[in-house]
Design a protein. Structure first.
Ligand code: NAD
Length: 173
């Protein structure tokens, strides 16, 4: 029996949709995964986005206020995909509710708005991740290994190019 992970997505814009699509594909791409993500609730201030969440992405429900979403009992993990200035209050609320958190980057709009120790996930011991997605790209990991192992000697300048459909939409990549 796979472990169910109830997900709340805060903000169903470009990134919220990309992450939701990714969650929907996990079971078919990774049949051996020991967990199964479930799109439980989407929070977005736009009614049209809430409608899309339920009708097109299969979220069980959609709400306007993120506080309601992060405190829901059937939510285990919160994905923060709203604009930057909302990251800190959203993360703080999710941490206080004891949820695992994945936030888009950069966290917070300004340096002085960054997380404080009193509201940080560290204080609440919740698992966290930040969307520096290129660090997990197989291409970047391979390049890092080549450099670290010395296989290509000492690198002074690196020029890289890659073509892929990261977060593709119907408008293109
Ligand atoms: N990791 C990456 O490669 C990558 C790429 C693009 C964007 N980002 C980051 O992702 C985040 C979102 O960017 P985007 O391009 O998807 O933005 P977007 O404008 O497309 O979507 C933001 C969504 O948040 C909603 N929203 C606004 N206020 C809200 C509130 N109070 N509560 C709930 N929802 C609210 C909006 O209605 C909208 O649907 C930003 O932090 C951005 O920097 C990361």
């Amino acid at each position: 029996m796979k472990k169910r992970i109830g997900i709340a997505v805060l903000g169903l814009g470009w990134m919220g949709q990309a992450h939701s699509r990714a969650a929907l594909r996990i079971s078919s791409l990774f049949p051996d995964a020991e967990f199964k993500p479930e799109l439980v609730v989407c929070a977005d201030v736009e009614q049209s986005r809430r409608d899309r969440a339920v009708n097109d992405f299969g979220f069980a429900r959609a709400v306007a206020g993120f506080e309601e979403a992060v405190s829901a009992k059937d939510v285990d993990a919160v994905w923060v995909t709203a604009p930057n200035m909302l990251h800190v209050p959203m993360i703080a609320a999710a941490a206080a509710a004891g949820k695992a958190i994945f936030s888009e980057k950069p966290i917070g709009a300004r340096q002085h708005k960054q997380l404080r120790p009193t509201t940080s996930p560290k204080k609440h011991s919740t698992p966290t991740g930040v969307g520096y997605n290129y660090l997990w790209s197989p291409l970047v990991i391979h390049a890092r290994e080549l450099i670290a192992s010395g296989a290509i000697g000492r690198s002074l300048i690196i020029a890289a190019d890659s073509c892929r459909c990261m977060a593709a939409t119907n408008l293109g990549c």
